[in-house]
Every structure is written in C-alpha cells, then in structure tokens.
Design a protein around this ligand. Structure first.
Ligand code: ZN
Length: 150
C-alpha cells in the first residue's frame, strides 16, 4: 500500500512522531501551517471519520484531546484550530483520516472555521434538522436524536 500515513504508521518512512498509542500515531505535518502543526491518524487505513469503527474514532479523538493542550503549550500558542478534511470534495488529499491540530496566536492572520466558507445555506433549519435526525436514526441505534426544537 502506498498510503503515506500507513507508511508512517508502520515506521517505513521517517516522521517527527510526538505520540503513539495502540490505535493512533501523531506526528508533525511536513508542510506545517504553523509551528507545532500536528496530524493525528488512526492506525487503520480508513478514508473518512464515518468509516472508522466506533472504538477507532474514540481512540483517535481521545488522543486529539490529550494533545491539544501540550501542542499549544509547547509552542506558546494561544489556542488551536482542530480540523478534519473529510472526503475528497473537502480538499482531503490523503484518503486516510487525519485530524489537524494547528496552534494559533492572537492576530496570526488565519481565520476561524467560519472564514473557510462563503455562506451558502439556503434551506430551512427545521427542515434540515428533520432530515438529519431521520438519517441519524437510520444509521445508528442507541443515539438519542432528540425531538428537535418545536
Ligand atoms: Zn493509510
């Protein structure tokens, strides 16, 4: 398999690894957007978050949570932007789930998540909520999707 993240997971190519568990590896991005830009990847080669088994997702985000503070503190950051490009249409170039942790500073010139998107939401919020709750109910069992805001 040629996936670069799988090769890093297997230690076939060098990476600046900052954490490793039985399920997850975290390493510095080779094209960092900022000092301390970390990628957190599951060992499993899955393209999207929804492709992960629940335990794999739990392990992944457990490490994201663990790293958020130390990554920020190590480079004297004021915060972090944590993001996932989830699917090729979003700009995901490597089809192996990876969570970006990018340290941030006041007035660092980068925007918030909201600045990524030109605002293009046209549908009624309640209608969309109903559609999503129905899809969640179909896709899962044991998740309380609530009743919406009536
Ligand atoms: Zn992979």
């Amino acid at each position: 398999m040629d996936c670069i993240f799988c090769r890093i997971v297997r230690a076939e190519i060098p990476a600046e690894v900052v954490a490793r568990t039985d399920d997850v590896v975290a390493f510095l991005d080779v094209q960092p957007l900022a000092d301390g830009h970390v990628l957190v990847v599951p060992l499993a080669h899955e393209a999207c978050v929804e492709d992960l088994e629940p335990a794999q997702a739990d392990a992944l985000f457990r490490v994201v949570r663990l790293l958020a503070g130390p990554v920020r503190e190590a480079v004297d950051g004021a915060g972090t932007t944590i993001g996932v490009n989830n699917g090729t249409a979003t700009g995901q170039t490597i089809p192996h789930v990876h969570v970006h942790i990018v340290p941030r500073w006041q007035n660092d010139g980068a925007g918030s998540v909201h600045t990524i998107f030109p605002r293009k939401a046209y549908r009624d919020v309640k209608e969309v909520g109903t559609l999503i709750r129905a899809a969640v109910a179909e896709a899962s069992s044991g998740i309380d999707v609530g009743r919406g805001a009536d």
